[in-house]
Design a protein around this ligand. Structure first.
Ligand code: ADP
Length: 488
């Protein structure tokens, strides 16, 4: 059995032997400092003997740590590509098989093959944590297998001679789980953390992936980067790919901005699910609600711009009644610069309150029977935001700073002080965090705070109602169009 297993292992490792990767540093975006660090490895692979002649310590093992999709594999391949050496890749999970001894045999085989070439190369093992994890709760057998494989790997790594020109690169998203033996000095001389890209990094990654795709002139990659905070390189590549597929589906030969935002929808919210609101009346109410938000946001923004004031509201990118993820309908705003989100003003928060309430205002203006229950989430968001304005920031209409008592009766107080401006902005983007009510119920300030907050909410609401009342025709037209096109 073992023989057979070993044979199988060998054929598998063989299958994994890769030729030259053809991937270069230019294919990796937003990781300049990492690439700089790895430049030395490339030099080493080019000419290992020179390192030896000068008595320079050759890089041996490199550990890349970072979340999935941050480009660890891509970077390892790019090192091989730049150095123009073969690339051997396996995944740590392939070394931990059910049959004891198979993993170890695969490792031995992988290194043997690499050495047999007699030329510099890179051995890359992804998910090294599968192999190098500390003893887990897994069964005894799995442990035994893992132990054997790990020991094999350790002895292979220790057995490198500097002139062999073999560089071992491992990747993990959980370096904290790795067996200390693996981390001991001399095994991985470099540990490099790969973070999710920042705004600039996202832009550069998008640019790399836009290179081979025909983009329409209306595509603004900088704006796309701004709209996708927190995404990994793989997810960004995915957005552009989904955008391209969108264009293919339409039979177009160029990718438009709208394709890309559709792609974004797919990646962020999942594929569209069969729409529930086939009831015409429900569909109408939802479309009306969402039109109200989009229209109010646009009108309020224009008004302030016309007065030469900062608009305090993002541009509306789209409004949609295609259900995705947990949302039936939504208005998507184009994110502003990061600077816009570090501090807020009363004027800005008031603008936002108006938009949050505009869906319900639209229902109030247009529906004979009055507003529906669809605004439940908006009402909660509005009230939470108003409570924060009054009690955390002293930004009520009355302009008074409400005294915030520092007695912490229930533990609520401490949390109230942690609420940051970002959360307020999150309200508008629909991901509102539950605001802990900042006062102990028996505190006498409660009534005052509530009253002030109610005042803020009702003022903003009346303003939205008045605005949409004045623009009823536009609201009706937008709703009808949205019902026809589903996404505008
Ligand atoms: P990991 O190994 O960290 O899970 P990968 O290297 O497999 O991530 O990344 C998957 C894909 O995402 C890559 O093939 C590439 O298309 C894209 N990608 C990730 N990071 C970057 C980056 N920094 N620059 C360009 N593309 C990237």
């Amino acid at each position: 059995d073992l023989l057979e297993a070993q044979e199988f292992a060998q054929s598998k490792a063989q299958a994994q032997k890769r030729g030259k990767t053809g991937i270069m540093f230019a294919d990796v975006a937003g990781a300049d400092s990492t690439l700089k660090e790895l430049q030395e490895v490339v030099e080493f692979l080019h000419n290992p003997l020179r390192f030896q002649a000068l008595g320079a310590k050759a890089p041996k093992g490199i550990l890349l740590e970072g979340e999935p999709g941050t480009g660890k594999t891509l970077i390892a391949k790019a090192v091989a590509g730049e150095a123009n050496v073969p690339f051997y890749q396996m995944s740590g999970s392939e070394f931990v098989e059910f049959i004891v001894g198979v993993g170890a045999a695969r490792i031995r085989d992988l290194f043997k093959r690499a050495r047999a070439q007699g030329e510099p190369c890179i051995i890359f093992v992804d998910e090294i944590d599968a192999l190098g994890a500390r003893r887990a709760q897994a069964g005894e057998r799995a442990d035994e297998e893992r132990e054997q494989a790990l020991n094999q790997l350790l002895s292979e790594m220790d057995g490198f001679t500097p002139d062999s020109g073999i560089v071992f690169i491992a990747a993990t998203n959980r370096a904290d789980l790795l067996d200390p033996a693996l981390m001991r000095a001399g095994r991985f001389d470099r540990k490099i953390r790969i973070a999710r890209p920042d705004m600039r990094g996202r832009y550069q990654i998008l640019k790399v992936h836009a290179r081979k795709r025909p983009m329409a002139p209306d595509v603004d990659l900088m704006q796309v980067a701004r709209d996708l905070p927190g995404l990994s390189g793989a997810e960004l590549a995915n957005v552009l790919n989904e955008g391209a597929l969108e264009a293919v589906r339409k039979g177009a030969d160029i990718i438009t901005r709208s394709d890309i935002y559709n792609g974004m929808d797919r990646v962020l919210q999942g594929v569209r699910r069969p729409a529930l609101p086939s009831y015409l009346r429900v569909r109408y109410c939802m479309a009306l609600h969402e039109s109200g938000r989009a229209l109010a946001a646009t009108l309020l923004r224009r008004q302030r711009l016309a007065e030469g004031l900062p608009p305090h509201l993002e541009r509306v990118e789209r409004v949609s009644i295609v259900a995705r993820g947990s949302q039936w309908t939504r208005t998507v705003f184009l994110r502003g610069s990061d600077e816009d989100y570090t501090m807020s003003t009363r004027a800005r928060l008031q603008q936002r309150l108006r938009v949050i309430l505009a869906g319900r205002a639209a229902e109030d203006v247009m529906l004979k029977e009055g507003p529906t229950t669809y605004s439940m989430g908006n009402m909660r968001d509005a009230m939470n935001m108003a409570l924060k304005m009054v009690s955390n920031y002293g930004l009520s209409d009355a302009g008074i700073t409400v005294h915030v008592p520092n007695t912490d009766v229930t533990g609520f107080m401490t949390r109230a002080f942690e609420v940051n401006v970002d959360n307020i902005d999150a309200d508008l983007f629909g991901s509102s965090t539950q605001n802990p009510y900042p006062y102990a119920p028996q505190d006498p300030s409660v009534d005052l705070v509530r009253r002030e907050a109610m005042e803020l909410v009702s003022t903003a609401y009346m303003e939205s109602v008045a605005l949409l009342h004045k623009h009823q025709a536009a609201l009706q037209a937008l709703t009808d169009k949205l019902l026809d096109d589903e996404t505008l």
